[in-house]
Design a protein around this ligand. Sequence first.
Ligand code: NAD
Ligand code: ZN
Length: 360
Amino acid sequence: MITLNIPIPGHEYDILIENGLLDKTGEKCRDLLHHDAKVFIITDVNVAPLYAKRVADSLTSEGIINHTIILPSGEKTKSLYYLESVYMHLTDMKVTRNDCIIALGGGVIGDLAGFAAATILRGIDFIQIPTTLLAQVDSSVGGKVAVDLPSGKNLVGAFYQPKLVLTDSSVLETLNDREFAGGMAEVIKYGCIYDKPFFDRLAVMNNRSDVMSDIEEVIKTCCSIKADVVTKDEKEQGLRRILNFGHTLGHAYELAYNYEKYIHGEAIAAGMNIAARIGNILGITDSETVCRIKNITETFGLPASIECSLEDYERAVSLDKKAEGSSVTMVLVPEIGKTVFKAIEQKELIGIIEKAEEIK
Ligand SMILES: NC(=O)c1ccc[n+]([C@@H]2O[C@H](COP(=O)([O-])OP(=O)(O)OC[C@H]3O[C@@H](n4cnc5c(N)ncnc54)[C@H](O)[C@@H]3O)[C@@H](O)[C@H]2O)c1
Ligand SMILES: [Zn+2]
């Protein structure tokens, strides 16, 4: 078993990574819970039939009272409507300050259940069991929890650290290829922004099964990178922004297709590619890096580019939280493993995007 300690001051916790860890949930949680704690397992309709019983049985075998709350799957579940339904379930089952919520699922369940834990009775214990690759390498680390509003994603949220993250790599076997590839976009991102040897290791893998043969190390490396970045910058003042590599323009693709045609990882893969080409046009990113990012995304079945109008780019850029006044701060990768921030005037950026589109 791999244990990764996340040393956030006052909120330190461990991420445990092991094949088959689900069946040890009770044993691993027991000492962290209040002695009379009830546990609420929040999960979705796809994950529940696959894994909820194993988690519940493991808790029961340790004498921990537990209830399972099953929600629909998909981004629409990350809403105030389902948040309220979770609050109602919890209060119906007489939730107390000593209880704990376990999020068993992908990023949607992690974000919603985490926000419910952060807010019900002003905050109860929270444990994550991430079940998608994206959730295992990204959303379960860093303590951001949120729900969406009709006017935008993640607009109501909090920073709330879990007591423990249990990552069972074997649950990835039931993930479909598209979701797996989507998670790989974030995995590749970590190599690009922080760790050339890791990128080099990924670059010689040819497919999902190559990744799975080294999956625990892959997850550990990604979590260590994210943890390192977020502990240095818990509230997103500076360094944490490097995690947005590929996201500024990736959001343009998600928005342009109304979050329907492309999943997040696909949009981010194309976003990293266009950011590399923009960096190249600005004389910051070398051509070999542009080429390596393109090759690796294509190897894992991710798009290196997505059609998008200049108006859609403009809309995304002006909505970007990183936009300051009329300029946007882009994360660029001069070479694999290194990053620079580059503030670019919005108008100028659109001109550069136009050129970058021509060289794809
Ligand atoms: N908090 C953060 O820091 C952070 C970071 C990145 C993304 N996010 C959020 O994460 C969400 C996306 O998460 P996601 O990509 O995990 O999507 P998701 O939670 O919607 O899961 C994707 C699909 O896979 C299914 N699934 C989950 N685990 C499975 C398994 N083991 N086997 C079979 N099917 C399984 C789910 O039911 C769902 O249909 C977005 O809402 C995004 O905003 C949050
Ligand atoms: Zn992302």
